[in-house]
Design a protein around this ligand. Structure first.
Ligand code: UTP
Length: 293
């Protein structure tokens, strides 16, 4: 069954980015010239997905507004003959159909995804975390996963994107252990939530891109809240991996956790260096900064 829908949860509190995220959603913080969330929406659009489901919350309406048509702005820019800018702004509002569903309480990523159950229905779907950026020279990460899904072609498999991390950082990620099936692809055998360094031989960490089957909703419903009172996605993923094949895919590209201050700064540098108009000057500036240190 074709994957047509992508769920993007953006309802979290963003406590790692306080005080910046107190009144502005962290997903709206700018990376060079557009908010983080726009890169993620553009990745989804470039991958051929037809509908986006944002999981939002109170205080996050700026995200929906960013992708909406703004009549006053459009009129004002046209009156000032700023047609190019006007077209760029309209392009953002015409990218894709967006549905927004409210998560009434920030009860964790698992709960946020469960909130989309009635809109997703009985079909496979993508999940992209609203603060996880992937910069790729080849295909967008989401497209890479959809291609793998088509290639595997089994009925009802799921795919999680993974990257290698330093063995002393396993306690910051969901970690998988699996059997390699081909270069960069593993059949998941075990999944651990933030294992202490040294407790697993694996350093394959799950990042914020998932291709899931709708059975996940039933499994999320059965998942009890963890110690922080949040419903964890990893618990339901473990149950899903026991039910149906789950593959872990080492994508091509670099992932940035833009919901973390250092990750956000790294993303700005990477995206600025690749920017067609600013990249060269920015690289020269960075060289000067580094030389003066
Ligand atoms: P994070 O754990 O990075 O987001 O979740 P957070 O809870 O906002 O951040 P911190 O840890 O307090 O700084 C990854 C994605 O899932 C969404 C977030 O908005 C983010 O895009 N999320 C998280 C929800 O939609 N609902 C939740 O209850 C939790």
């Amino acid at each position: 069954m074709k994957v047509r829908k992508a769920v993007i949860p953006v309802a979290g509190l963003g406590t790692r980015f306080l005080p910046a995220s107190k009144a502005i959603p962290k997903e709206m913080l700018t990376i060079v010239d557009r908010p983080t969330i726009q890169y993620i929406v553009e990745e989804v659009v470039a991958s051929g997905i037809e509908v986006i489901i944002f999981i939002t919350s109170e205080g996050k309406s700026a995200i929906e507004n960013h992708f909406d048509y703004n009549f006053e702005l459009d009129t004002m820019l046209r009156q000032k003959n700023k047609i190019e800018l006007c077209e760029e702004i309209c392009h953002v509002s015409n990218l894709i159909d967006i549905i927004a569903v409210r998560q009434k309480k920030p009860m964790g990523l698992g709960h946020a995804i469960w909130t989309a159950r009635n809109v997703v229905g009985n079909e496979p779907f993508m999940v992209l975390l609203g603060d996880d950026l992937v910069l790729s020279d080849k295909l967008p990460c989401c497209q890479q996963m959809l291609n793998l899904y088509d290639e595997i072609g089994e009925a009802g498999e799921s795919i999680v994107a993974i990257q290698q991390v330093n063995p002393d950082e396993t306690n910051q990620y969901g970690i998988i252990e699996g059997k390699p099936t081909r270069a960069g692809v593993y059949l998941v055998e075990k999944m651990m939530e933030k294992p202490a360094p040294g407790t697993t031989d694996s350093n394959l960490a799950i990042i914020g891109r998932y291709l899931l089957q709708p059975d996940i909703f039933e499994l999320l419903e059965k998942t009890s809240p963890g110690h922080s009172g949040e419903i964890q996605l990893t618990d339901a993923l473990q149950a899903l991996a026991k039910k149906r094949p789950m593959y872990a895919y080492q994508f091509e590209g670099t992932r940035f956790d833009a919901g973390d201050k250092l990750g956000y700064l790294k993303a700005i540098v990477a995206f600025a260096l690749r920017h067609p108009a600013l990249g060269k000057n920015f690289a020269q500036h960075l060289q000067r900064v580094c030389a003066s240190m």
